[in-house]
Design a protein around this ligand. Structure first.
Ligand code: FAD
Length: 347
């Protein structure tokens, strides 16, 4: 098998990278040790924005804003091309008190982001909330199905249940990828293995710091959605889908590669939800995913400092779904020697 790019990891980042390369006319093979789209990108909430953008650096903001500006068009094109609806909706996000109002206003003014002070609409919360009407969401499992379908339509080659194990190297180049089912060769290799990226790279990780940070979610079901916008209160977010499913999350747990759900997290999330909505029923499901945690939430997108045919697109931490289309563009820029140094692979 001859391929230009071999991508390791079939989450939102690997799939968006693959599609961007296929659309440029490259031959692309993608491998995933499970089923593509079954890890963090599936487990996430699909909010298309940092939670409180004013808490993050301009490096995070500029990548997130660029991506947010691409999402509606990407979702519409995916629906048109694949028939699968990622359910992009500009539902808005209501931030409930307490929050840092001055910082929020100042950030919105500087970034020309619309906001309104509105009544919270929730019994027991007298203070006004901070509504950001342009924040959107996608139904991330459907987005992943659509991306995968688009990848296949463009002629990408997908190898699932295939685990990357190690690299063979000669001089400053990778010559082969060893997998659990034999060697694979490509002109260049892209690490998009999410939380597992650093472990897979081993000694070749250099200064890349990516580690798993577990997040747990609860799922509720209503006949009709109880409200239409995302709610955020002190790290708890509640995301209503159009069909009455409602997600509540999430935890931030530094527990290694442990994807189990816990009773503590269920009780914590349920207590927070019931403090706002005492009458809500029990959740119908709980799950956990491993975010690709990285310092200051800044991903690594670029070429390896020593191996000239190895690239990374990983470490998107809390916002990898949001950042996926723009990260794919940055990866293409790096491949064309126009890398953005803000996201470079550190020695
Ligand atoms: C609870 C939770 C809520 C979140 N909410 C949001 C949100 O609202 N908005 C947002 O933008 N982001 C959110 N995120 C973060 C977002 O989900 C991640 O940043 C994003 O999914 C990372 O995408 P990825 O493709 O890098 O990783 P993943 O989706 O984890 O994909 C990595 C892939 O690599 C594969 N892989 C790993 N090792 C190997 C190997 N050795 N060989 C072959 N394949 C391998 C895995 O099987 C996996 O499919 C949330 C995350 C969690 C857990």
């Amino acid at each position: 098998m001859k391929t230009d790019f071999l991508i390791i990891g079939g989450g939102a980042i690997g799939l968006c990278s693959a599609i961007a390369l296929l659309e440029e006319g490259y031959k692309v093979t993608l491998i995933d040790r499970n089923v593509a789209g079954s890890e963090a990108s599936w487990a996430g909430g699909g909010i298309l924005s940092p939670l409180c953008s004013w808490d993050y650096s301009e490096t995070v903001t500029s990548l997130a804003e660029r991506s947010m500006g691409m999402f509606q068009d990407m979702a519409e094109r995916l629906l048109h091309d694949t028939g699968i609806d990622p359910e992009y909706q500009r539902c808005g996000m209501l931030i409930l008190p307490p929050f840092q109002e001055e910082m929020a206003r100042d950030w919105c003014d500087r970034h020309q982001v619309r906001f309104q002070r509105v009544a919270s609409g929730i019994t027991g919360i007298q203070d006004e909330g901070f509504f950001m009407p342009d924040i959107a969401q996608v139904r991330n499992p459907r987005l992943l199905q659509a991306l995968q379908r688009r990848f296949e339509m463009l002629g990408g080659s997908m190898l699932e249940h295939r685990e990357a194990l190690s690299f063979e190297i000669s001089g400053c180049k990778i010559t082969a990828l060893n997998t659990d089912k034999g060697k694979l060769n490509a002109d260049a290799y892209i690490i998009a293995a999410g939380a597992w990226s650093r472990t897979l790279l081993g000694e070749h990780a250099m200064g890349m710091e990516v580690r798993p940070i577990r997040g747990q979610m609860l799922l509720f079901k209503f006949d009709i959605p109880p409200f239409s916008n995302i709610l955020l209160q002190k790290k708890l977010y509640i995301i209503p889908r159009k069909d009455g499913h409602v997600l509540a999350g999430s935890t931030l747990e530094d527990v290694g590669f442990d994807k189990r759900t816990t009773t503590e997290a269920r009780e914590y999330l349920l207590e927070r939800v019931h403090a706002l909505f005492p009458g809500w029923p029990d959740p119908i499901r709980q799950w956990a995913g491993l975010r690709p945690g990285s310092p200051d939430n800044i991903p690594t997108i670029g070429v390896h400092p020593r191996l000239s045919n190895l690239y990374a697109n990983c470490g998107h931490f809390r916002y990898g779904v949001t950042m996926s289309p723009a990260s794919a563009r940055l990866l293409l820029d790096a491949i064309h020697n126009r890398a953005d140094p803000a996201y470079r692979w550190r020695e």
